[in-house]
Design a protein around this ligand. Structure first.
Ligand SMILES: Cc1cc2nc3c(=O)[nH]c(=O)nc-3n(C[C@H](O)[C@H](O)[C@H](O)COP(=O)(O)OP(=O)(O)OC[C@H]3O[C@@H](n4cnc5c(N)ncnc54)[C@H](O)[C@@H]3O)c2cc1C
Length: 391
């Protein structure tokens, strides 16, 4: 019988030697600094702030942005595969990098040259960590109904309201905030860059979550927070368009994270299935499990191919919003299924914290919810196919 091989590391298609070097750096950092502490720190609910500082120092917090402002000039095709590696080791880190990128998107895409020169270098490679504030207690999927207000007073804006579910809430150095500056609906919303230590900005106690316990998710109260007009990003009323544009790219990040978690679950399931013996042979010999493993691997490859194809559209400057929604939907549903099946492969042991697959399963669930639930992704895709709903 041929010797069984464990799951080889993913055979990545990287476009340049620079990208291949980048991957050696990432894998080394993952093995030394992230993977060994992941299970223990997630269990303890500890946020690894020093890992984000290290990622920033290593040029990994601004990868898809222009080097002119401290970014890494990497195509999305490469950046997303880095996210996948990070998320496979620890979702709190992979998703954290994705959210940080999301929170830089407004300024990098819509800020003036002066705003970019002033703030971006510190955001992209100067050790700062960002958060993105769109959701509120009463407006989640219906984000355009948000109520946080920004009222103009001379050359400043005074922001009042409550944002909900904010990743890095309380630990972020800056918050990209969507607030209402005009009338009802999407056109009355503007974007602001708010420093984390602004007077009147308070983070509530982090939510007690099912998974990603190391990643703080908290409500942020804006109690008359004053920022100068120089911190308004884009035109007045352009905020919602900016927020949606950020989410198109952010959804690709979530898709890549989902495939990272799924791959980690498959690797663990394969390792276990080749070692565990029942009825006198490895359980990986039973067709019932072999087919399950084959389906898991196929879903992962399909998800990776879809997010990379959407990323290549983005890198080519072509529309990719529909494909980003499809990638987010398919990859996160695949991660839920693959991680659930991985628990099944491990039997009773899969249901314990002695093995990582139960954590992967808890982590996968949130990816079907964040940055637009998978119901909302289907709405986005259907609008691209059939136009807006008739009322
Ligand atoms: C861990 C975590 C981190 C997060 N991080 C951030 C962050 O950093 N910044 C941020 O701004 N937000 C963040 N969020 C918020 C997240 O984006 C919202 O939870 C999500 O958009 C859904 O909003 P909601 O929870 O209010 O659910 P609701 O919008 O109330 O939805 C409840 C259910 O109804 C369904 N539903 C709603 N409308 C429709 C419809 N039209 N058709 C069909 N089904 C529908 C939804 O799919 C869902 O199943 C985070 C959430 C979590 C859990």
């Amino acid at each position: 019988m041929p010797e069984r091989t464990l799951q080889q590391s993913v055979d990545r298609q990287l476009p340049t030697d620079e990208a291949r070097d980048l991957f050696s750096l990432v894998r080394d950092l993952v093995q030394r600094e992230i993977a060994p502490r992941a299970a223990e720190e997630e269990d303890a609910g500890r946020f690894p702030r020093e890992v984000f500082t290290l990622l920033s120092d290593s040029g990994l917090l601004g990868l898809p942005y222009a080097s002119e402002f401290g970014g890494g000039d990497q195509p999305y095709e490469v950046y997303l595969q880095v996210l996948e590696e990070l998320a496979a080791a620890r979702l709190t880190v992979g998703l954290g990098v994705s959210v940080h990128s999301l929170s830089c998107h407004a300024l990098a895409g819509y800020g003036t040259k002066e705003q970019q020169a002033e703030h971006l270098p510190a955001m992209l490679g100067g050790g700062l960590l960002g958060a993105y504030c769109l959701s509120e207690p009463a407006s989640g999927s219906d984000a355009a109904s948000l109520r946080t207000k920004a009222v103009r007073e001379d050359d400043s804006w005074v922001i009042t309201g409550t944002k909900a579910w904010i990743t890095h809430g309380g630990v972020a150095d800056f918050y990209t905030v969507l607030a209402r500056t005009g009338g009802e609906g999407a056109r009355g919303i503007s974007a602001f860059l708010v420093p984390g230590d602004a007077e009147g900005l308070h983070a509530a106690q982090p939510e007690k979550k099912m998974g990603m316990k190391g990643s703080p998710t908290a409500q942020i109260n804006f109690d008359g927070v004053r920022v100068s007009d120089a911190r308004r990003i884009g035109e007045e009323g352009q905020g919602f368009a900016i927020a949606l544009s950020a989410l198109d790219s952010g959804r690709l990040g979530i898709a890549a994270c989902a495939i990272g978690v799924a791959q980690a679950a498959l690797d663990e399931a394969l390792r276990y299935a080749t070692e565990r013996r029942q009825f006198g042979k490895p359980i990986a010999d039973f067709q019932g499990l072999r087919f399950m493993l084959a389906d898991m691997a196929t879903q992962i490859e399909a998800g990776r191919a879809l997010y990379l194809s959407a990323a290549r559209l983005r890198d080519a400057g072509r529309p990719f919003s529909k494909q980003a929604a499809m990638a987010k939907l398919l990859c996160t549903d695949a991660a839920m299924k693959v991680t659930t099946d991985a628990v099944q492969v491990l039997g009773g042991y899969g249901y314990t914290a002695d093995f990582p697959v139960e954590r992967f399963m808890r982590e996968a669930k949130v990816l079907q919810i964040v940055e637009g639930t998978n119901q909302i992704q289907r709405m986005v895709i259907a609008r691209h196919l059939a136009g807006p709903e008739t009322r």
